[in-house]
Design a binder for this molecule. Structure first.
Ligand code: GUN
Ligand code: FE
Length: 452
């Protein structure tokens, strides 16, 4: 058992910032939170065992990245001036093909990726991999070894964008993903359940690379094997036009007819999100991975986040490496707020009523923190908040050491009031970075050494 004493910050619901100062939290040997109370009302034997956390800082749930292409970390930040379908052809498939062809490169790339994720406070990733089974197993092993939660998506694509990168037939595609599921079972099977941090996720890349037969086959496999599904839906104008032109249907219709819109599905983007689609996504219980930075480059439109939150759609944030060039979910949080501000500005310019209880189309920083922590984790059936019974997935943020603020922060007044703490957390939200991150745990296991 581990016991900690300090300040806990979390967001149990979208607009609620909870700051619990001087609390004691205990975690059992399976990494589950078993006790949580103010130090003043905690049994003295528990207080005596407690390890003090950073004094001018707090514990925050880890971030969940609901959409990241692991092999594309190889080419993050390249070629972003092209439209989506051209960028995929020129850069993305090429990078993925290289990773599949070179296990040593895959090992180096994925080891570095998980190192960076821990540095950025990301404790859970819903990842797209490549087509090849071997490279995806290397990816899964990298996450498992590092202790970072990973839903590992071997890509399914039976309609090939390049002669050299794709699967030769629907049957071959389904056989390959079945082999991947079996080998993931072998990878995690010997471990006790609480130590299994990786799981497979079925990953039809997007409609243009998948036949209807493959999509139906994957839906059946998801049901039979109890695995989640991820894809891209309604991402950009050129992509949606491609689907309309080749299938004569909209993206969401293709997915829905195949049985792939369920509560175990995560769909990236959905930037074209009219009210009827909001209703469908909500009714089916689909989670949206909102990737604001990637949307700015590739989507021709802003995701209607305010409307999605207010409608009760499950939403989390994604980096979309490499459609988005930045790995930290802190960047996605800030971008989500910026996009909301711009949408509201444009709405006001256009005139009309103030929608959404007078808040307009803005999304505030606390809501974005919710999406990055509780929103993303809850959509996956995980934690993302500090409550008894939830897994202890936490990052320790240090704001001030002695009298000097850490990293990019400068704080000149030190008080111990609610107001000081609320403002300090907001300052960190705006200007904090990896230098403030002095600890990281997933399922109770410490990942990052406390810095001196
Ligand atoms: N749609 C299909 N594949 C991709 C990809 O790799 N990145 C993005 N952003 N969109 C996609
Ligand atoms: Fe993507």
């Amino acid at each position: 058992m581990s016991v900690f004493r300090g300040t806990l910050v979390d967001t149990p619901s979208p607009g609620e910032l909870r700051i619990r100062r001087d609390h004691v939290i205990s975690v059992d040997t399976h990494g589950v939170i078993t006790h949580l109370s103010p130090a003043s009302s905690t049994p003295s034997d528990l207080v005596a065992q407690a390890i003090p956390l950073t004094e001018r800082g707090f514990l925050l749930p880890t971030f969940a990245d609901l959409h990241l292409h692991a092999p594309q970390y190889l080419n993050a930040g390249i070629g972003l001036d092209l439209p989506l379908m051209e960028w995929l052809d020129e850069y993305t498939y090429v990078a993925e093909e290289r990773v599949d062809a070179d296990p040593e490169l895959a090992r180096r790339l994925y080891a570095r990726l998980v190192e960076r994720l821990i540095e950025a406070g990301t404790g859970c990733v819903v990842a797209f991999g490549t087509i090849g089974v071997q490279a995806n197993l290397i990816l899964a092993q990298a996450f498992q070894d590092a202790g970072v939660r990973g839903f590992i998506g071997k890509l399914s694509m039976d309609q090939c964008p390049r002669p050299t990168y794709g699967e030769p037939s629907t049957a071959a595609s389904l056989a390959s993903v079945t082999e991947f599921l079996d080998r993931m079972d072998s990878l995690t099977g010997p471990l006790p359940p609480h130590q299994r941090v990786v799981a497979p996720i079925l990953t039809p890349r997007f409609v243009p690379t998948c036949s209807d037969e493959l999509l139906r086959g994957l839906a059946a496999l998801a049901k039979a094997r109890g695995v989640k599904v991820q894809s891209h839906m309604c991402e950009s104008r050129d992509q949606m036009a491609w689907v309309e032109g080749t299938r004569g249907k909209a993206d969401e219709v293709v997915f829905d007819e195949a049985g792939l819109l369920t509560e175990d599905t995560v769909q990236a983007h959905v930037t074209s999100f009219p009210p009827a689609l909001v209703e469908l996504v909500k009714t089916r219980g689909v989670t949206v991975a909102h990737c604001p930075l990637s949307n700015a480059y590739f989507s021709d439109a802003a995701f209607p986040l305010r409307e999605a939150i207010d409608a009760g759609v499950k939403v989390g944030l994604g980096s979309d490496i490499a459609g988005g060039y930045a790995l930290p979910i802190q960047t996605a949080m800030r971008q989500a707020v910026v996009v909301g501000r711009m949408r509201e500005g444009a709405r006001r310019e256009a005139g009309g009523e103030q929608p959404h209880d007078g808040r307009g189309l803005k999304v505030d920083w606390v809501e974005s923190l919710y999406l990055a922590t509780r929103g993303g984790h809850a959509a996956l059936g995980l934690g993302g908040a500090f409550e008894v019974g939830l897994p202890f997935d936490a990052q320790e943020i240090t704001l001030v050491r002695g009298t000097r603020a850490v990293g990019q922060l400068d704080i000149f007044d030190l008080a111990d009031t609610d107001k000081w703490w609320t403002e300090a957390v907001e300052r960190w939200w705006c200007n904090g970075d990896h230098q403030n991150r002095t600890g990281m745990w997933v399922q109770g296991k410490r990942l990052l050494k406390q810095s001196a």
